[in-house]
Design a protein around this ligand. Structure first.
Ligand SMILES: Cc1ncc(COP(=O)(O)O)c(C=O)c1O
Length: 400
């Protein structure tokens, strides 16, 4: 951070970038020149490893045809890529699988989670969660005859205690997609377990952005997408984590043939495969899945703790610049200032959010807007610099 509390300068940003251990990672991403990309929390930038990987998959398809499923490792990809993502979640191998969208994985996981707590009738859902999470929870509630209550995160711990032994599942997002607030996964997981319930975390805005410790915390289920901080590309498949202690009793509703113990035996009834393979559903989108796999290469030589440290440094600097230059212009920093409560984005509130973001895009500064008045700026430490943060705030000041 800047040494004094005075208005941060561009020279401060340059100094911070000069001592940034991740500065060299930016070359692994194909960012257009003249663009400051602060929307990697919606769609990660293109890793340079991806085009070749997609080209190679197309070659395999063209030359190997159907044998690509075995000879090129397509069949094993959901578990193989799942294990690589699992490494970013603090999950031992054999608990994470990739395929389908986050929405599909949410439906599958939430239903399976509720089935683990048969007899309990209440599901608590994060009221500030992404719409798809809340829509799907409501649908699962109708399907299983459960009461689904949307609860603000600020009141969730109390609601968990009050619901007690009727509580089946707590489903919440690790990071609030609007405010960028990071929630206390350890505390909520423990509270849910104390009530005898299971937890399902949506880590779309956390996976690849900060270290997670699913196994150590005893998290039951988690889902997340491949296209934000993992940079797997538009429509990259999502992942599902199922803690190994639930594999015996895991009973997913989407019993597709890929999760069958003998997928090619065409037996009359469904018999789940052992382990995390049972959480597969149908034929995965191989082109996207292998693009995601290539995107993960960067994490082979980068420590997530360093990515987190860089992200906090970037968001600290962006907030300091915003405090110094924007507070008199009607902006309010919505994202919590405490590191332990901050994800990897900064959200500003302003009544003219939409018009400001449009003007910013005209200057090559890309973030996004969440209605009615929130401007979101995502900071992926692998390719965003402190100079980007400084220049973005200067541009916001200019257009406001
Ligand atoms: C927290 C969260 N969950 C889920 C989703 C989207 O789900 P899907 O990948 O099915 O579109 C998003 C999309 O931005 C999200 O932010």
């Amino acid at each position: 951070m800047t040494e004094s509390r005075s208005r941060p300068t561009r020279a401060d940003a340059v100094r911070l970038d000069q001592s940034d251990p991740l500065a060299g990672e930016r070359k692994h991403f194909a960012l257009p020149s003249g663009v400051i990309y602060l929307d990697g929390n919606s769609l990660g930038a293109l890793p340079r490893s991806v085009p070749d990987a997609v080209g190679e998959t197309l070659r395999q398809w063209g030359e190997d045809l159907i044998s690509g499923w075995w000879d090129d490792g397509w069949w094993a990809a959901p578990e193989r890529v799942g294990d690589r993502i699992g490494g970013l979640l603090g999950a031992a191998p054999g608990q994470t699988v990739v395929g389908d969208s986050t929405s599909v994985q949410l439906f599958n996981a939430l239903t399976a989670a509720a089935r683990l707590r048969d007899g309990r009738r209440t599901v608590l859902v994060d009221r500030e969660g992404f719409p798809t999470d809340r829509y799907l929870a409501a649908s699962v509630g109708r399907l299983l005859g459960l009461t689904v209550r949307e609860v603000p995160m600020a009141g969730l711990a109390e609601e968990i205690r009050a619901t007690g032994d009727d509580l089946a599942v707590v489903a919440a997002s690790a990071v609030d997609y609007r405010s960028g607030e990071l929630h206390d996964l350890a505390a909520f997981t423990e509270a849910a377990h104390d009530a005898g319930a299971v937890v399902l975390w949506d880590v779309c805005h956390a996976a690849g952005a900060l270290p997670l410790a699913f196994d150590a915390l005893g998290v039951d289920f988690a889902v997340g997408c491949g296209y934000k901080f993992l940079s797997g590309g538009p429509g990259a498949p999502a992942f599902l984590y199922v803690n190994a202690r639930h594999h015996e009793r895991f009973d997913q509703p989407l019993t597709g043939w890929h999760g069958h113990a003998e997928p090619f035996a065409a037996t009359a009834g469904y018999r789940p495969a052992a382990g995390i393979a049972q959480a597969r559903i149908g034929t995965p989108p191989i082109l996207s899945l292998l693009a995601l796999e290539a995107a993960l290469d960067v994490f082979d030589h980068v420590d997530l703790a360093a990515v987190r440290a860089k992200s906090l440094s970037l968001t600290d600097f962006f907030i300091a610049c915003a405090d110094a230059r924007l507070s008199g212009l009607g902006f309010e920093v919505v994202t919590p200032r405490e590191h332990r409560r901050r994800g990897s984005q900064v959200t500003l509130r302003h009544p003219d959010a939409e018009a400001i973001m449009t003007a910013l895009a005209g200057r090559g500064v890309l973030g996004d807007v969440r209605p009615p008045n929130l401007l979101r700026f995502g900071f992926n430490g692998l390719y965003v610099s402190h100079v980007d943060a400084f220049d973005a705030v200067a541009a916001i000041e200019e257009v406001s």
